[in-house]
Every structure is written in C-alpha cells, then in structure tokens.
Design a protein around this ligand. Sequence first.
Ligand code: GAR
Length: 204
Amino acid sequence: MQQAEKHIAIFASGGGSNARKIIEYFRNSDQIAVKLVVVNKRDAGVLEIAESFSIETLVISRTAFANPDFLLPALVERNIDYIALAGFLWLVPAFLVDAFPRRILNIHPALLPKYGGKGMYGHFVHEAVKAANERESGMTIHLIDNEYDRGETLFQVRCHLEPEDSAEQIAAKVLALEHRYYAAVLEQFILKGEVNADSMSEGL
Ligand code: GAR
C-alpha cells in the first residue's frame, strides 16, 4: 500500500460526528491519513468511532496535555503533520501552537468573531445566537493561536435562520455545514496551503 504523505491527528472531546466525517473522507486517500484521535474524556463517544475504524486513540489528562514531554513525542513518533480540532474544548497550549505553526485547524459552530471565546462552545453558542435573534449563523474553520477562537479564518459558510428556529434547530443547520465542509477544507489546506472558497462550494 502506498504510504500516505500527510498525517492528521484529530483532537475531540465529545460525540465525534465531525471526527467520523473526517475519518470517512480520508479512509481511501493515498495523500492524507488520520493516524491518531486524541481525546480528553474517557467516556467521549469519539473513542468508539475511532476504534471502529481501527485508528489509534490517546486519552489525555489535563496534566499530560500541558506537558510538552508527553504530548510532543507522542505526535512526533506518529509523524503527525496536522492537527484538526473537532469539538475539542481545551485551549491548546502555547508549546503545541509553536510546534505546529499554521498546522492546527479548529472548527467553530458560529460566524467568528461573533459568538466565540472561552465558554462559547456547543449548545452555548446556538443559545446565544437564538437569544440575539440572529437571522443567520454558520460555521468557521480557522487556524488556531493562543486564544480561544481567534486565529486566521480559512473558510466560513452561512445558513439562514427562521425566527422560530430553536437553538437545537440552529445547531442542526450548522452541524450539517460542518459535516459537509470540514474534511474538504482540511484536504485543500493540507495539499495546497490555502482554501479557495469558490472551488469549495463548486466541488460540493
Ligand atoms: C461541533 O459543532 C463543533 O463545531 C463544536 O462542538 C461540536 C462537536 O460536535 N466545537 C466548539 O463549539 C468549539 N468551540 P461533534 O463531537 O459531533 O463533532
């Protein structure tokens, strides 16, 4: 079998529906492979998903996550080139951001810079969007830096909201966009070094 050129580690904390989409998307790729799923909760659903695809998993404690002597060798040993955060709720430590410059991507379920920052994740985001009576929401894929949800935006896509949409309905609309685009954005960024929004929507 041909060796995959680029290796991704997915970091996730929850159910892992985005992780599943990414794993499925690259399953038959000979250029990109998901090699590792890093999880910060032993009961996270994403663990089962990774195992069902025979992808190695690593459950980390807060202490291990903050320790360069643990995490960096674990990533280097597996030749990880890129990290995709997919519903990962801890702030990535500075040593990791420095070790993977422009190589850590995050997905956020809103149109950053709105509805981002510490504590803004999952349903909290959609509840805030609902409370503000927004007519649109969407998702953002961005590079990470040392603050929550602040790095350079690579790709953003919007969805229309109806006044009667509940926070759950908003979440479903946004998640559908996440599932549709995250893996393809990762692929384009990894292979071409940039994301072309026009080609992204034409190709899908
Ligand atoms: C996704 O909606 C993702 O955008 C969000 O968590 C969800 C994870 O779902 N991430 C954040 O809110 C980060 N601030 P999943 O586990 O089913 O992929």
